[in-house]
Design a protein around this ligand. Structure first.
Ligand SMILES: [Zn+2]
Ligand SMILES: [Zn+2]
Length: 377
């Protein structure tokens, strides 16, 4: 087959399923993400990223895939880049396109790579009438903050309405309806490939799909109506939140002509050295002196709320799990307070002096006399 082999580009077989393609694309996209490129390979990575994204855009779309499978890339010949991406759904890859610094996502990358603009709603190519893109921000917090809730201040960049032209994109308000597409933003094109004529709707080249022409673009935003601005937002994180949870901040995404997108704050709870979380409960291991385990008594143990007293009953065995009621996660959303569970480890003393050893030998003699004999099996 002549032209591009989209399957080969993604390293997928001819009969790859939708899921196979998704996985193949995910792998490649992570590898060739422009943000991961070494300084001298930036262009190469961008090209590769663009190529694999194009392949996935075609193969993940049933209609385009059918056309491609039938006619090869010749069948795609009259479809321009914008059309290839128009109905492409990259919504499953939001995690790839965010989290690479700056709090910006897919939109920023595609703007750089394709010179285009990706919209919200599953990151389809923006059509007129869309509001601005949603953004994602990853917020890392420690276990204690996740247990009781916290307030964090985050800084990120988003696009706002251009203050110069008030979002119109025009310096003087002279925006006229495009005469080529009569305001529709698309034009029909016909192309013959052998005896087949392909009809396709193409983005109007004169107005770039806007439907109107900006006679005198704003100098500050170059007609986009958007300006980049650093935002500083306070986020209230509720107690009980866990890794993977999202907090939505309405209207903190990017500005679009039809409204501001939203900001999604993705929570990452960092691992704690001492406590392990399971649901709303926390687990920890505590070393108990062997004499205390044998005789019973009280010991101070760390909890999320500071030190607390734990009762050790006589004859506590190693590995025993002791419950400290309601000393776990305070889950505001589920109105629940978890417990703390302490796994008892028995501490065996080392480097005993002669007197201590003597006492233990006497103790051992005493044990041998009594019915409490040690068993080693
Ligand atoms: Zn037009
Ligand atoms: Zn402007």
């Amino acid at each position: 087959m002549s032209g591009k082999d989209y399957y080969e580009i993604l390293g997928a077989g001819r009969n790859a399923t939708k899921d196979d393609l998704k996985q193949a694309y995910r792998k490649m996209a992570m590898q060739y993400h422009p943000d991961k490129a070494p300084a001298d390979k930036k262009k190469d990575y961008e090209e590769k990223f663009k190529e694999i994204s194009e392949a996935y855009a075609v193969l993940s779309n049933d209609e385009k895939k059918a056309q491609y499978d039938k006619f090869g890339s010749a069948g795609m010949g009259n479809v321009n880049q914008e059309d290839i991406f128009r109905n492409a759904d990259f919504s499953d890859f939001q995690d790839i396109f965010s989290g690479y610094g700056r709090g910006f996502g897919f939109d920023e990358i595609f703007k750089g790579v394709f010179g285009g603009r990706m919209g919200r709603q599953g990151y389809r190519y923006e059509t007129r009438g869309d509001k601005g893109e949603d953004l994602e921000y990853t917020l890392s917090i420690n276990l204690k903050d996740s247990a009781f809730g916290t307030e964090k201040e985050i800084r990120f960049f988003h696009n706002v309405k251009c203050p110069e032209c008030n979002g119109s994109g025009s310096r003087d308000g002279k925006i006229i309806t495009c005469d080529k597409c009569h305001g529709r933003g698309v034009i029909q094109t016909y192309k013959r490939a052998g005896f087949i004529t392909f009809t396709s709707a193409q983005t109007c080249p004169k107005c770039h799909g806007q439907g109107n022409l900006n006679q005198n673009p704003c100098k500050v935003c170059h007609g986009t109506g958007r300006a980049k601005k650093e935002a500083n937002v306070k986020v209230r994180v509720p107690g009980g939140i866990n890794s993977g949870d999202n907090l939505k901040m309405t209207g903190q995404g990017n500005y679009g002509k039809y409204g501001q997108g939203d900001l999604y704050i993705k929570i990452n709870v960092m691992e704690d050295n001492f406590f392990k979380r399971k649901g709303d409960d926390v687990y920890c291991n505590v070393k108990i002196p062997f004499t205390l385990a044998i005789l019973g008594g009280k010991i101070d143990v760390p909890t999320l709320r500071g030190t607390a007293v734990l009762n050790i009953s006589e004859g506590t065995q190693p590995g025993t799990i002791l419950r400290m009621k309601e000393l776990g996660i305070h889950n505001e959303m589920r109105r629940n307070v978890g417990d703390q569970f302490v796994v008892a480890e028995i501490e065996i003393p080392m480097g005993l002096n002669e007197r201590q050893k003597k006492l233990l030998i006497d103790f051992d003699e005493e044990m041998k006399k009594s019915k409490h004999r040690f068993k080693f099996w």
